[in-house]
Design a binder for this molecule. Structure first.
Ligand code: F6R
Length: 266
């Protein structure tokens, strides 16, 4: 795992955007795995800027989102469909037919999930997966104790996640208890993972995922077994890491050929 500590979350978003830009310039038909939540908003802003000002082309891109709530309309202000359109898709030239987000209103959830996995497979697999991390170390909506080989399926959210996501709903409005999420096993099949984490509230989860034991109690810790994961964080999120000086040393001494294009296209 490559750990990149940037002075601010805005700088971190730029670093992550450059990795995605580099991938899209070399592989215009790349398959992106995308996340929602507060964390990737700055990254998506930077991708939109690159599209507008530097011609970054999304016309060949296919996307698969990690997750969606079960049982709220897709145009609900807190739905991940709406989030993705407002924060990225409406502002770049990705074809609507190439966008995939779990359908939280499907009548047959197990079939939908199996089909979602199949669509990822048919698209050739995910080249680059954008990830945030929950306070408890969840990725997607794979809460603590999720199977580390799980596939796309329905999950019940913890009270902690429901409380954390209440901010996206109206005061007093019920947050759905269930979601459809890519599994941990689905996520780690992505060729590259880029995780972002900002703020002191993520420090414990970041330390557990990068330096703790691999355990289903912190599903993100499985990324220690992933070949190409980049963790881009701000200093408050890095506060509980023990090897910070080493991570900074590695990043500032990267060989030129690795500088920007962190990862090969495979
Ligand atoms: C969202 C997702 C979640 C979030 C995590 C952090 O698609 O997959 O795992 O990344 O809950 O959420 P924020 O970014 O709001 O702190």
């Amino acid at each position: 795992m490559e750990i990149v500590i940037q002075p601010t979350h805005a700088d971190a978003a730029v670093v992550a955007a450059r990795v995605i830009e580099d991938l899209l310039r070399r592989k215009p038909n790349a398959v992106l795995g995308l996340a929602t939540g507060g964390t990737p908003v700055g990254l998506y802003k930077e991708l939109i800027r690159l599209h507008r000002e530097a011609g970054l082309d999304f016309s060949g891109v296919t996307s698969f989102n990690l997750d969606e709530y079960v049982g709220i309309p897709s145009d609900h202000p807190a739905s991940y469909h709406r989030f993705m359109h407002e924060n990225l898709f409406d502002h770049v030239n990705i074809p609507a037919a190439n966008i995939h987000i779990p359908d939280g209103n499907t009548r047959d959830i197990p079939k939908f999930c199996a089909d979602y996995e199949e669509k990822i497979r048919q698209a050739g697999g995910i080249d680059l997966q954008v990830l945030g991390i929950g306070h408890d170390g969840h990725i997607g909506f794979n809460e603590s104790t999720s199977s580390l080989v799980s596939r796309t399926r329905i999950k019940t959210l913890t009270e902690e996640t429901i409380a954390a996501n209440q901010r996206f709903f109206k005061p007093g409005e019920a947050v759905p208890r269930h979601v459809i999420t890519m599994g941990v096993g689905t996520i780690i099949e992505a060729r590259t993972c880029v995780m972002l984490a900002f703020g002191a509230g993520k420090a414990r989860a970041v330390a557990a995922m990068a330096e703790g034991p691999i355990t289903a109690m912190c599903p993100a810790s499985i990324l220690q077994m992933h070949r190409q994961t980049m963790l881009v964080i701000d200093p408050p999120a890095a506060a509980q890491l023990t090897k910070t000086a080493y991570y900074n040393h590695v990043y500032s001494n990267k060989p030129d050929f690795q500088k920007l294009s962190a990862f090969p296209v495979v």
